[in-house]
Design a protein around this ligand. Structure first.
Ligand code: SF4
Ligand code: SF4
Length: 164
């Protein structure tokens, strides 16, 4: 999938998140081609990708970098070599979505901060209280109707041989 890369760097130049990445999209592709699997899978860059597809649209070699990044994220999480701080938000989101069928800001942020920096959660309490008093913050997310059906669908997708 990445073999036709000509290392032109257009993906990195187009990427709005590359300034914060430890490995730029171009370097990730180069490392993949060099067989540096663990370097790639443990990179925080995978979790900073905003899925904007700018790199895909502009790549002269037609490399679907965004899809490559998704596949690498799945593999990193499955094998447990992911950058834990980088993947923390995605993990928190999956837990909330699993439970409720959709996102809930308060639970999402609490889970994220508790797994990365609990002091942030404590520091945010005064603001959270003010927002809650004005009816701008819901403390408990509400689940969607039929979330058991959604959970069954997700469980079916995760079964071996499902093709997911
Ligand atoms: S834009 Fe495409 S060809 Fe150029 S470095 Fe990135 S992946 Fe390789
Ligand atoms: S899809 Fe990801 S890697 Fe590609 S340009 Fe957007 S943020 Fe950067």
């Amino acid at each position: 999938m990445v073999a036709p890369c000509i290392q032109c760097g257009t993906c990195t130049a187009s990427c709005p998140a590359s300034h914060a990445m430890d490995l730029s999209p171009r370097r990730i592709v180069a490392a993949l081609r060099a067989g540096q699997r663990d370097t790639v899978l443990s990179s925080r860059s995978l979790w900073l990708c905003a899925s904007c597809y700018a790199c895909v649209v502009r790549c002269p070699s037609g490399i679907p970098f965004t899809d490559v990044a998704y596949a690498l994220k799945r593999e990193a999480a499955r094998t447990g070599v992911d950058d834990r701080r980088g993947s923390a938000l995605a993990r928190a989101f999956v837990r909330v979505a699993d439970r409720l069928g959709r996102s809930a800001e308060t639970e999402l942020l609490l889970r994220y901060w508790l797994s990365t920096n609990p002091l942030r959660a404590i520091a945010a309490l005064p603001l959270a209280f003010r927002l809650w008093r004005r009816g701008r913050l819901s403390l408990f997310g509400r689940g969607i109707v039929g979330r058991q059906d959604l959970q069954r669908m997700m469980a079916a997708l995760e079964r071996p041989g499902s093709g997911a």
